[in-house]
Design a protein around this ligand. Sequence first.
Ligand SMILES: Cc1cc2nc3c(=O)[nH]c(=O)nc-3n(C[C@H](O)[C@H](O)[C@H](O)COP(=O)(O)OP(=O)(O)OC[C@H]3O[C@@H](n4cnc5c(N)ncnc54)[C@H](O)[C@@H]3O)c2cc1C
Length: 410
Amino acid sequence: MHDIYDAMIIGGGASGLVAACALARKGRRVVLLEKQDRVGRKLLSTGNGRCNLTNLKAGAENYQSGKQAARTALKAWPPKKVIAFFETLGIPCVADEAKRVYPMSRQAASVLDALRLGCDEAGVEMRTGSRVTELNPGEGGFEAVCEGGGRVYARCALVCTGGLAAPKLGACGDGYRLLERLGHTIVPCFPAIAALVTPPEPVRGLKGIRAEAEITLLCGGEAFRSERGEVLFADSGVSGIAAMQLAHMVNVALYAGKRCAVRLDFMPGLDAPSLLRKRVADLPKRRLEDFLNGIVPRRLGQTLVKAAGLPLNAAAGSLSEKQIDALAGVLSGWTLTVTGTQGYDQAQVTGGGASLKHFDIRCMESLCLEGLFAAGEVLDVDGDCGGFNLQWAWSSALLAAEGIEAALDR
Ligand SMILES: Cc1cc2nc3c(=O)[nH]c(=O)nc-3n(C[C@H](O)[C@H](O)[C@H](O)COP(=O)(O)OP(=O)(O)OC[C@H]3O[C@@H](n4cnc5c(N)ncnc54)[C@H](O)[C@@H]3O)c2cc1C
């Protein structure tokens, strides 16, 4: 006879750890199977090592796909309740002006430690180096087959294997294969938070330059979404939170055969032509290579002057009205073709995943197979930057833990 756990959690990332801890605290026998040699590696990299663990403003509108599931999970486990859960683990939280929530220590490592300790104290059995390659339903529960042949049995199974983003931190897509074999549909995946790729020529020489801007995504010539914030130029593209958040829409639009571009406004809300006319009057001798200095970084200013078709060595006072308008046009609407996004190696979050159509989103139980649950990024839910993805990981996992509780009592 083999040992049967109440629940097996497949994947020891954000959602797996929280679900394991919550279930074990209810006195359930829980085993957590993690393929890497330690749990929660991705968590350590979140929020630049500070872990932006939720956002007090979180609402369904912060999710690009899976809005209904996000709404349900947010209702059951809103940010304040998630924060209260973390407080029971010894993690007091603080919020910044954008309502992004961090551990008081501002250290992702302390969040991971608290989850690990919470799991230990509640009696979760953690098995690292255990990659689940098969999940088989059987009488009274599930059998997980691990790489190397080990087998684990439990009455309920929760798939928390994450998506495809950041493979160096464990992402591999195994969860999709496990769920697909059990009758689930996988919505095609793509990088959802990632830098945008442009042709190299227009941004040549700008690598590493940062500027405040409003960035608008144009798909098929139509303006879709605008974000304000810092953009960071790369070798062949644009990065920074404001740009990366557009990746979901870029990938969907390109897949649909639409052309994409971004329009960068470095003077949002300001009357660029009037301001430039005044500047010309104030600084008639200033060469164009330095003319935009102070509005944008110098090198970016020079690129914009060239993009307006003007010579860098001309004096500002020599500009015609038409030339001033051309420069103002570029300064408040520099348009760059977008040919794609960076791949999963550099992406933070996956779009697509296990379709929510086959889950009861009130408890995250499969509609294909009783006792099977899923939570976190493996599902077709992705949110914006700002703590919304971890909020989904925690809240869907805590909902699943409640669902498993109910299933075990059935
Ligand atoms: C660099 C970076 C920074 C980020 N910063 C933030 C942030 O500040 N705020 C925010 O809200 N979101 C952030 N995110 C997104 C967030 O980290 C993820 O959305 C979240 O971790 C998803 O949780 P998860 O539990 O679903 O998956 P993961 O945390 O990816 O965990 C999945 C786990 O499953 C394991 N696994 C996979 N397959 C198997 C298998 N077959 N058997 C056993 N184990 C398996 C993996 O090794 C992994 O440990 C960031 C992401 C990245 C990459």
